[in-house]
Design a protein. Structure first.
Length: 83
């Protein structure tokens, strides 16, 4: 699985911004601060080694292609409970 890292808030660790500051994570639904997880990866339940032609079984009630995690919302919760 690919590793992804972000900077948000006022901690700069992984920024690639030319002025050395992270882009502001200051509103919900900003594409740069969302993680999209394909539904197929969530329901991946294959044995190892993966059989040829394996496809994950997605329940019919799920009609979206991705689960989206919004880092702004996580940031808000973290800041709310910061001690």
């Amino acid at each position: 699985m690919a590793k992804q890292e972000w900077d948000f808030g006022n901690v700069i660790k992984n920024s690639r911004n030319p002025i050395h500051e992270p882009a502001p994570c200051n509103a919900p639904n900003l594409p740069n601060f969302q993680i999209n997880i394909p539904i197929g990866e969530v329901f991946w339940d294959s044995t190892f080694p993966i059989p040829p032609g394996y496809a994950p079984v997605i329940p019919p009630a799920i009609t979206v292609h991705n689960f989206t995690i919004d880092l702004y919302r996580i940031q808000r919760v973290a800041l709310k409970f910061k001690s």
